[in-house]
Design a protein around this ligand. Structure first.
Ligand code: MF3
Ligand code: CO
Length: 255
């Protein structure tokens, strides 16, 4: 069931989203050679506490997961696509880090992700990340009343494929509200004009995931959570929580 949010609820979600943006900004500013993934988790957790917010990730156990999620941040490095669990791994020069974070404030959830390069960038990684961001922008631009979910999916997928990248299936965007994962699903590829009609008050997390090699295959790592590419090539992820309003798409997880 797709729950429509009132204008007041969307304003409340914006406050949760602001905490998410603050935490991801702190993670971006801290991600450097020699910093561990657990240190980044602590930095994000500190922002959450300071804002009086809690984590929708910590303890989360969806049907696909073997264990409760043990952290507040997902840190997916290089061939990890999403859902990387922070460990004592220390970032190295040239690593591609995707950081995914959620906050719950006053009962409302925000969910967002950014990808970044640690230290000296490789041009191929810069292009991959830029394309993830462009795919997200295209998906957001399609999040308007009168369109359908398939229009968002098509917009996202077209940008990814046109650049030659792979798109992992089975994971993608979702409705978000009082819970982190609500209906409807927002796949990262689809057909225009198909799927659930977009209405004022829908709030969606749109989250393209791209694989550099152009192949789509992935599998869970031994931890059961981290999704890694089958061919070892690098992946990028970008995500915003977006409200559909009569005035157009409103990004709730920007600073
Ligand atoms: N943005 C991610 C998603 O929607 C958040 C996963 S949270 C986790 O799948 F706790 F499941 F890791
Ligand atoms: Co999400």
């Amino acid at each position: 069931m797709v729950e429509l949010k009132t204008a007041a609820s969307i304003d409340a979600m914006r406050e949760a989203g602001r905490v998410v943006a603050q935490a991801l900004t702190a993670v971006r500013e801290s991600a450097a050679v020699g910093v561990s993934l657990l240190e980044l988790d602590t930095i994000a957790h500190d922002v959450l506490r300071a804002a009086g917010a809690t984590s929708p990730f910590l303890g989360y156990r969806p049907s696909f997961a073997p264990t409760a999620y043990p952290a507040v941040l997902c840190t997916s490095v290089n061939d990890a696509i999403v859902h990387g669990i922070p460990t004592d791994y220390r970032l190295r020069d040239g690593d591609l880090l995707s950081a995914d974070f959620g906050a719950e404030l006053d009962g409302w959830v925000g969910d967002s992700a950014v990808s970044m390069i640690v230290g000296s960038p490789r041009p191929a990684d810069e292009r991959l990340i830029r394309t993830a961001e462009r795919a997200l922008e295209a998906g957001i631009a399609a999040a308007v009343v009168g369109n359908r979910i398939g229009d968002i999916s098509h917009a996202v997928g077209t940008v990814c494929r046109a650049a030659g990248y792979g798109v992992p299936h089975g994971f993608g965007g979702h409705g978000v509200g009082r819970r982190m994962h609500e209906d409807p699903d927002v796949p990262n590829e689809g057909r225009p004009g198909r799927g659930f009609p977009l209405r004022e008050g829908m709030v969606l997390a749109i989250e393209p995931m791209l694989i550099a090699s152009g192949r789509d295959g992935y599998h869970p790592a031994p931890d059961g959570w981290t999704l890694v590419t089958d061919d070892g090539s690098r992946a990028a992820h970008a995500e915003h929580t977006v409200a559909i309003t009569e005035a157009g798409p409103r990004i709730l997880t920007a600073l």
